[in-house]
Design a binder for this molecule. Structure first.
Ligand SMILES: Cc1cc2nc3c(=O)[nH]c(=O)nc-3n(C[C@H](O)[C@H](O)[C@H](O)COP(=O)(O)OP(=O)(O)OC[C@H]3O[C@@H](n4cnc5c(N)ncnc54)[C@H](O)[C@@H]3O)c2cc1C
Length: 210
């Protein structure tokens, strides 16, 4: 949270960490535990989806690497076997002109998300989006990759219309339920807006990065 390296190279991670619970919880909780719990309301899963991370699982048969897209097969379920523990999280070093952002709406400070969006992207020399990852928090039984939103942006020069369309597509990629944090339609509206904002901030940060 106070690391200069994380703040410079992985602003998405820094944004995410700051939005989790409160300092007391964060002082004890681990990123590995946040993933291994398999809770779709946790914030790190969507961020790791956006970063295209992988996790290392260690058990009696040795170690194996699990891609983040295969790690959350179902509600509160992970790809870990009962005799495995998560020992490592691997995130690639971001290429030049990379940036990311995590935006979360919560009812009050320290709460889980009504909806949240993680975005990580990099720009090519012409200013088009080369690679992009978008992860969604607490809007379905598992953390969700907003595949349609990613696909419409990849390889394109990011215009206002395109970013708006990506917001709508991300909402379409989600599967929220009505609950104490709001109705499903409200959450989709949040996602549409948060996705657009997260993309814009990610682009600004990419342009500023080395
Ligand atoms: C008041 C409160 C508010 C919170 N708010 C948020 C929030 O806003 N956003 C958010 O993302 N999270 C939130 N959390 C969750 C918190 O950030 C931690 O992710 C969570 O408590 C797990 O903590 P831990 O790392 O100590 O894991 P534990 O509590 O020790 O473990 C959680 C589960 O994962 C398993 N586990 C843990 N580590 C491993 C491992 N390395 N390998 C295999 N299995 C493992 C455990 O067996 C257990 O089933 C909140 C928690 C509290 C108590």
């Amino acid at each position: 949270e106070e690391s200069e390296l994380i703040s410079k190279k992985y602003p998405l991670l820094l944004d995410t960490v700051k939005m989790i619970a409160d300092p007391q919880v964060r002082n004890l909780a681990t990123v590995g535990g946040n993933l291994a719990h398999g809770d779709p309301a946790n914030d790190h899963p969507a961020t790791m989806i956006a970063l295209r991370a992988s996790v290392i699982a260690e058990g009696p048969k040795g170690t194996r690497e699990i891609g983040i897209d295969d790690f959350f097969p179902d509600f509160f379920t992970t790809a870990l076997e009962t005799n495995e523990i998560l020992t490592e999280i691997r995130i690639s070093s971001p290429p030049p002109k990379s940036g990311g952002a995590y935006l979360k709406i919560e009812r009050k400070v320290g709460d889980y998300a009504a909806a949240a969006v993680a975005c990580q992207l990099n720009l090519n020399t012409a200013g088009s989006i080369e690679q992009i990852g978008i992860g969604l928090t607490n809007v379905g039984p598992t953390p969700i990759r907003a595949t349609s939103a990613e696909n419409i942006l990849r390889g394109k020069s990011p215009s206002d219309d395109l970013i708006k369309e990506a917001g709508l597509l991300a909402a379409g990629d989600s599967d929220p339920s009505d609950d104490l944090r709001g109705g499903a339609e409200y959450k989709k509206d949040l996602l549409c807006e948060l996705t657009q904002r997260a993309i814009r901030i990610s682009i600004e940060r990419s342009e500023r990065s080395g």
